[in-house]
Ligand binder design. Structure first.
Ligand SMILES: Cc1ncc(COP(=O)(O)O)c(C=O)c1O
Length: 409
């Protein structure tokens, strides 16, 4: 890949004293991207193994997406939900077609989609006479940073300092059907089960197919809502439109966000028949949600995924990447496990490895580290086999060198 077309900007202020200090940022400012490559303001080039944390589905500057969005910006960016927004119907219809669900509500982010899902679950309970509804949530889950979604999150660090937490959650371990059966027998207030099909921030932890089918069965028997947070693992990342589709089940409620509009902020709650009429006029809303720009970006993203066969690409190139990583780290002491599906890959090490983030960037690769010890790769669905091998070729030597150092006491 040659040098970027537009000149890089180098007159940035760094660090960023006027921006609230809520992230541990690397001292790198990205200014330009093309495909799976990004350039910083100093003109250095990186292979993007992160895609903005599973957001840039089509990579950067996709030649079909860019003109469509330019056209949409010129036509209309925002209009109020006081009026009909035909692009909302277009995107909702497509989401229903690919999920087999019935309708969608649009918002602006993952936490908003999850917040809406929690409201649906509570109202579903109230509508059937359960006045203190409880929702089953999971250890190591991550659902967002609002007060309700951080309460549903299974990570004490995310919750620390923000109590009192929202009540009405029961927490269970992943893949333990007996824990759900226990709730089914003993807790009449349960109205929903809420989980990520593959936990992202929690360290790329997969729910087993038989576990998901067991949940579906119990939810049907008990008239609970099965709510699957596909914010990170959905939209083609695993090689099917949605990660739960590998288990052959359908949820009742499915929050989406991240990759849906290839970088334009968006969120969606897609619901099946059982949840379709729970919310009515006046129950929920948002100013920005479903605006024409975000909807156009979603419509084009899904169309381009189909046109370019990116589901199959995610499965095929994901397998190449996984194999290259497994080969490159074969027999290396300190590598605990490879996890994930398609282009959602986690490598658990035997020690905290946050330092690898900066080392990988130094070597020209963007990655993430989550749950302290898990290297996470979430590249764009357009990644090709050569780029997949390049990711492994950069990453594996770094991991080996890192693990060769003595473990911190
Ligand atoms: C599974 C899952 N749900 C919800 C969220 C929250 O999304 P957002 O950051 O858009 O609020 C995330 C973000 O990482 C996520 O991975």
């Amino acid at each position: 890949m040659n040098a970027p077309e537009p000149a890089v900007v180098s007159d940035i202020t760094r660090p960023m004293p006027h921006v609230m200090n809520t992230y541990g940022r690397l001292p790198i400012a990205l200014s330009y991207g093309k495909g799976c490559w990004v350039w910083d303001t100093q003109g250095r080039r990186y292979l993007d193994g992160l895609a903005g944390i599973a957001v840039n589905t089509l990579g950067h500057g996709h030649p079909k997406l860019v003109p469509a969005l330019q056209e949409q910006v010129a036509r209309m960016i925002h209009c109020s939900n006081y009026y009909e927004v035909p692009l909302q119907e277009q995107l909702a219809a497509k989401l229903c077609e690919i999920s087999g669900l019935a309708s969608a509500f649009f918002c602006n982010s993952g936490l908003e989609a999850n917040e809406g899902a929690l409201k649906i679950a509570r109202k579903f309970g109230h509508d059937k006479g359960i006045h203190r509804p409880e929702i089953i949530v999971y250890e190591k889950a991550f659902h967002g940073r609002s007060i309700a979604t951080l309460s549903a999150t299974g990570n004490a660090k995310v919750q620390a300092g923000f109590g009192p937490l929202v009540e009405g959650f029961v927490r269970v371990p992943l893949n333990d059907l007996a824990a759900i059966e226990h709730q089914a027998r003993s807790n009449p207030n349960v109205v929903a089960v809420f989980l990520e099909v593959i936990q992202g921030e929690g360290g790329i932890n997969q729910s087993r197919g038989d576990y998901l089918r067991g949940l579906r069965r119990i939810c049907d028997e008990k008239d609970w809502l099965l709510m699957l947070d596909e914010v990170q693992c959905g939209l083609g990342r695993t090689g099917k439109w949605f990660a739960h589709q590998w288990a052959g089940i359908k949820p009742d409620v499915m929050p989406l966000a991240k990759g849906l509009s290839s970088g334009v902020p968006v969120g969606a709650i897609v619901v099946g028949e059982r949840a379709k009429n729970v919310l009515g006029p006046g129950n929920h809303g948002t100013t920005f949600g479903g605006n024409p720009l975000a909807m156009r970006a979603g419509v084009e993203t899904l169309r381009i995924i189909e046109e370019e066969g990116l589901l199959a690409n995610a499965a095929r190139v994901g397998a190449v990447l996984r194999q290259a990583l497994e080969q490159g780290l074969d027999g290396v002491k300190g590598v605990v496990e490879f996890r994930g599906a398609g282009l959602m890959i986690g490598i658990e090490l035997d020690r905290p490895c946050g330092a690898l983030l900066g080392q990988a960037a130094e070597a020209g690769l963007m990655i993430s580290v989550t749950a302290e010890r898990v290297i996470r790769l979430l590249p764009a669905l357009i990644l090709n086999e050569d780029e997949a091998r390049q990711i492994a070729a950069i990453l594996c030597p770094l991991v080996k060198a890192f693990l060769a150092q003595p473990k911190a006491p």
